[in-house]
Design a protein around this ligand. Structure first.
Ligand SMILES: NC(=O)C1=CN([C@@H]2O[C@H](COP(=O)(O)OP(=O)(O)OC[C@H]3O[C@@H](n4cnc5c(N)ncnc54)[C@H](OP(=O)(O)O)[C@@H]3O)[C@@H](O)[C@H]2O)C=CC1
Ligand SMILES: CC(=O)N[C@@H](CCC(=O)OP(=O)(O)O)C(=O)O
Length: 334
């Protein structure tokens, strides 16, 4: 049995982690924490997230002393904002914990990326080199002995799962950058209320054109430039990415199908469509990324969809943890 602590347990990602880890046969939740000043400290997680009533009726505690909180803990999940994870991860690593960070604090190895896109100077450059990027389907070998796992962002998970098989097989014509148009539900922005995320304000709108931090994250890990345009949609959960690419001359629909099949036929959390393309409703509440595509001449459209809080965050974190410790990859997820 591994003892586990969830930091940021009352957020959307933290609550899903609590549900998964609570039913995991090899994990024992020893603590659920929030910030030292949190108004929720002392409340039951199930009072804040009533879907967990009778399932996870544990109190959430303020995180005051990291060394104390880390005592006896094997595995820590940081479901916290980037700056918070940036400060906490080194402390939990120093206490001997394996750390799964759901934030963007350790996803890209270049320090200048954080200054430009996250607005802070990274203080732990040694950890940027050591962190393993947890795109689970592609990183099993590296995950097996990782101490710090940087779980990918929600948009980057769908985008990379869709594009990586095509790039690895040399099917894309690099005269046209892949164009990723992705729409996310509002939970992607976290649970805290803001004006921009309130019911009457949200309709359907692209945002951060050419400037979203996920564009360099996707490009860095795919090794090719992309155009990425996120959209906010008026639904709670899920991401659907429609990705337009150009194929190299002579590449056929069959070649594309084979590339996807070879990449994912033995990967239980990626479901491939042989006919048509997936819809958001097919994955909401589930840990899958579903992928379908269509080809016309040299043009390819790939559609990838996932639940942003699950395969885009918590489910992928648990999937990485399962791979890291040699448990069945889908343990507690399906
Ligand atoms: N939502 C999504 O779809 C996705 C989220 N992510 C990433 O996962 C992380 C969590 O996201 P999400 O669940 O949406 O965030 P939320 O804003 O919903 O939750 C954040 C949690 O962190 C707690 N918290 C805040 N400050 C601290 C602190 N100093 N110490 C301990 N806990 C703290 C909050 O509680 P309190 O404020 O009461 O202390 C709350 O429990 C973020 O980095 C996000 O970028 C990644 C992919 C997808
Ligand atoms: C709808 C919405 O606001 N989505 C978030 C992305 C959430 C996510 O993937 O989280 P990371 O920040 O951990 O990468 C955004 O665009 O900032």
């Amino acid at each position: 049995m591994l003892n586990t602590l969830i930091v940021g347990a009352t957020g959307y990602a933290g609550a899903e982690l609590a549900a998964y880890l609570n039913r995991h046969p090899h994990m024992n939740i020893t603590g659920l924490t929030v910030s030292a000043q949190s108004a929720d400290a002392g409340k039951l997680l199930s009072d804040l997230h009533p879907q967990l009533k009778g399932i996870v009726d544990l109190p959430v505690l303020p995180l005051k002393d990291v060394a104390e909180a880390a005592k006896g803990v094997d595995v820590v999940f940081l479901a916290t904002a980037h700056e918070v994870s940036h400060d906490l991860a080194p402390q939990f690593l120093a206490a001997g914990c394996v750390v799964f960070d759901l934030s963007g604090a350790f996803r890209v190895s270049k320090p200048e990326f954080y200054t430009e896109f996250y607005g802070f100077e990274h203080q732990h450059l040694d950890l940027l080199d050591k962190a393993v990027y947890g795109l689970a389907e592609w990183q099993a070998d590296k995950l097996k002995d990782a101490q710090l796992i940087a779980v990918p962002g929600c948009y980057p998970t769908a985008s990379q799962l869709a594009l990586k098989p095509l790039i690895e097989n040399g099917l894309l014509n690099d005269s046209q950058w892949p164009v990723i148009n992705a729409t996310s539900g509002v939970s992607g922005a976290g649970r805290k209320a803001t004006l921009g995320n309130s019911f009457c304000e949200v309709s359907l709108q692209p945002y951060k054109l050419f400037s979203h931090r996920h564009e360099p994250e996707i490009a860095e890990h795919l090794g090719v430039p992309v155009i990425f345009t996120p959209h906010l949609g008026n639904f709670p959960r899920g991401i659907l990415a429609t990705i337009t690419c150009r194929l190299n001359a002579g590449v056929t629909e069959q070649d594309v199908a084979e590339a996807f099949h070879n990449a994912y036929h033995d990967k239980p959390l990626v479901r491939l469509y042989t006919k048509g393309v997936p819809a958001l409703k097919d994955v909401v509440g589930l840990p899958f990324c579903d992928i379908g595509f269509a080809v016309k001449g040299e043009h390819l459209i790939v559609v990838a969809t996932e639940d942003n809080v699950l395969k885009g965050a918590s489910a992928q974190a648990v999937q990485c943890m399962n791979i890291r410790f040699g448990f069945p990859e889908t343990q507690s997820l399906l």
